[in-house]
Design a protein around this ligand. Structure first.
Ligand SMILES: *Cc1c(COP(=O)(O)O)cnc(C)c1O
Length: 363
């Protein structure tokens, strides 16, 4: 190996990168491991890309502002919500000095983004009933600039109570930004806190087209916040973050027709999720089905790795989430099409009959 790589920052040499579903598992014909939407739509492109795009394409910003019910100067678009997370940390946290707070089990990128920028991470685990541990969160406020709250939470699927989010906003008024990650909010739109933006200048809402809008490959996300926060993020964003074809497709997705399609897939997926949850409770080897408001369901099982590989052998990928703090042996199943769910359910039924799982149960 060339020694030239030793020139990389020490942090880079130590960092454990995010193990995305796409990186950690390959093959399979049915992908239910990345919370994508299987019910895709086709789009049209103009085909002309000789000019640099706008940093914040006007049509896209207006379309998202209208969709989210906010003003255009409260919206920033970026390469996925993931870039929004990174920009927030880069714009608001002093390396080696400031900290973010996270409440695991939750989405993994908050921690990885912070660590890569030498920003400390306060870990305040959720309580047993998966709500925020407010006393601990408030006790660890030294140098905290950002508090990340994911609702619906990934990978548990449930909502963080709105009253708790409001308490955090109140506590951190003028002290820190409270970032509510609403990547899955279309599956439970009534739970959005976007309506609190005008009341709380320290609220930031993250959104994406990757989940309900079925555009994970597009890499298009949004950060909603008060205008001065958006302006701070714009100081740090790349000059041309959103490629022109991405903006073209995103605008189509946000059109009245696009939104109507999205809502149709959401109601289909929500009902497939409820049937899958009901099915999962009938499996003898599933000890807990986490109630979900999103397009995935978390299941407690005796041996997550064994179940994931049994299912993968038959071409269906689901995700082992057992490395998550406080969850034990769990798998996360993204809700796919009706045909995909039927295939998965057949495989999962046969696992309960396999000698292997009987053996695990008796352990
Ligand atoms: C998928 C996901 C994201 C990232 O979304 P992109 O727009 O694809 O970067 C952010 N937060 C949560 C909770 C997610 O599950």
């Amino acid at each position: 190996m060339s020694r030239i790589s030793s020139l990389a920052r020490q942090k880079v040499q130590q960092l454990v990168p995010y193990a995305s579903a796409r990186l950690s598992m390959s093959g399979g014909s049915v992908w239910l491991n990345a919370n994508e939407n299987s019910l895709a739509t086709d789009y049209e492109l103009s085909g002309q890309y000789n000019r640099y795009p706008d940093c914040q394409p006007k049509e896209l910003i207006s379309a998202y502002a209208a969709y989210a019910g906010v003003e255009t100067h409260q919206v920033l678009t970026s390469r996925g919500a993931d870039e929004g997370i990174e920009l927030l940390i880069r714009s608001f946290c002093e390396p080696g000095q400031d900290a973010i707070s996270i409440c695991p089990p939750t989405y993994g990128m908050y921690k990885i983004s912070a660590e890569s920028q030498l920003v400390d991470v306060n870990i305040v685990p959720l309580t047993r009933d998966l709500t925020l541990d407010l006393p601990t969160l408030f006790a660890q406020q030294a140098n905290v600039k950002l508090v990340f709250i994911c609702s619906p939470n990934n990978p548990t699927g449930d909502l963080i109570p709105r009253e708790q989010i409001v308490e955090v906003l109140e506590f951190y008024k003028d002290k820190a930004l409270v970032v509510v990650d609403e990547a899955y909010i279309e599956f439970a739109p009534e739970a959005s806190v976007v309506g609190l933006l005008n009341q709380y200048s320290n609220l930031v809402v993250l959104r994406t087209l990757s989940k309900a809008f079925a555009l994970a490959g597009l890499r298009c996300g949004f950060t909603l916040a008060e205008p001065s926060v958006i302006a701070a993020l714009r100081q740090m964003i790349a000059p041309y973050p959103v490629p022109a074809p991405v903006a073209e497709i995103a605008v189509q997705a946000l059109s009245a027709q696009g939104q109507q399609k999205m809502r149709a897939t959401v109601s289909q997926i929500n009902s497939l999720r409820d049937s899958f949850s009901a099915f999962a409770t009938t499996l003898s080897y599933v000890s807990k089905v986490y109630p979900s408001k999103a397009n995935y369901v978390l299941l407690s099982v005796p041996d997550a790795a064994a179940l994931v590989s049994f299912i993968a052998e038959q071409g269906v990928l689901i995700r082992n989430q057992s490395s998550q703090l406080g969850l034990g042996q769990v798998v996360r199943v993204s809700i796919g099409s009706a045909a995909e769910m039927a295939q998965l359910q057949q495989i999962m039924s046969s696992y309960s009959l396999s000698p292997n799982s009987e053996k695990q149960e008796s352990l």
